[in-house]
Design a protein around this ligand. Structure first.
Ligand SMILES: C[S@@+](CC[C@H](N)C(=O)[O-])C[C@H]1O[C@@H](n2cnc3c(N)ncnc32)[C@H](O)[C@@H]1O
Length: 206
């Protein structure tokens, strides 16, 4: 059900071999195989999640598959310091700023998802590509499944009415949109103009 959104999201990131990509709220690493197929061994995947248990599973997945190019960082996406995360990625052999960032089914779990969105932008180089994949109430014939979708989101702690992909529409250029499952899965990708960071502050001027 949800893999379709992941696949479309990764496709719309337009990754190239050698790229470095952030997977924000990476969970157990369900995006990693799709991302690996794009960035290949010369690239780097930076998985960020606040849950140590999720990251343990993500680490096991990377080890099982023999992926050496995965850096996992435990951090809260809404409060992390992009400079600190960048330094940790650089210390692990990557670059401070990534080429792209992706969040699949993660921002809707964060009441303060706008902060996570700002951090996604600050973890990415100017004109980097950003993608959000998330859920909303289905429409059309799929509307019959609304109670199921609402219950599944509630069970997983997601707010089905958060609509975090609207930030991509609002803030990015060259936005590409896709949806599936009667609109239940929404995918947006685009290029974010650079944020103007306030000197000495983690947070950019808006
Ligand atoms: C529904 S899972 C999705 C995982 C993965 N992106 C996927 O597509 O399978 C949501 C993930 O977001 C993480 N998460 C929730 N709130 C977070 C926060 N404030 N900072 C970082 N991670 C968070 C959870 O720990 C969980 O792993």
């Amino acid at each position: 059900m949800y893999r379709a959104g992941r696949r479309r999201g990764v496709d719309l990131l337009r990754l190239q071999p050698g790229d470095q990509v952030v997977d924000l709220g990476c969970g157990t690493g369900l995006n990693f195989a799709l991302l690996q197929s794009k960035v290949s061994v010369g690239g780097l995947i930076v998985g960020i999640d606040r849950s140590a248990a999720m990251l343990r599973q993500a680490r096991r997945r990377a080890e099982r598959r023999g992926w050496k190019n995965v850096v996992l960082i435990q951090a809260d996406a809404t409060t992390l310091s992009p400079a600190d995360v960048g330094a940790r990625v650089a210390a692990a052999g990557g670059r401070e700023l990534s080429d792209s960032a992706l969040a699949t089914y993660a921002l809707s779990l964060m009441p303060e998802w706008e902060r996570a969105w700002t951090n996604m932008r600050n973890l990415t180089k100017p004109a980097g590509r950003l993608c959000v994949v998330d859920m909303r109430r289905p429409t059309g014939p799929y509307a019959l499944l609304t109670p199921l979708a609402v219950a599944a989101c509630r069970l997983g702690g997601a707010d089905i009415d958060a609509h975090p992909w609207t930030a991509v529409d609002r803030d990015c250029l060259g936005v590409e949109a896709s949806s599936t499952r009667g609109g239940h899965l929404q995918v947006r990708a685009g290029t974010a103009p650079a944020l103007r960071r306030v000197p000495g502050s983690e947070h950019p001027a808006r």
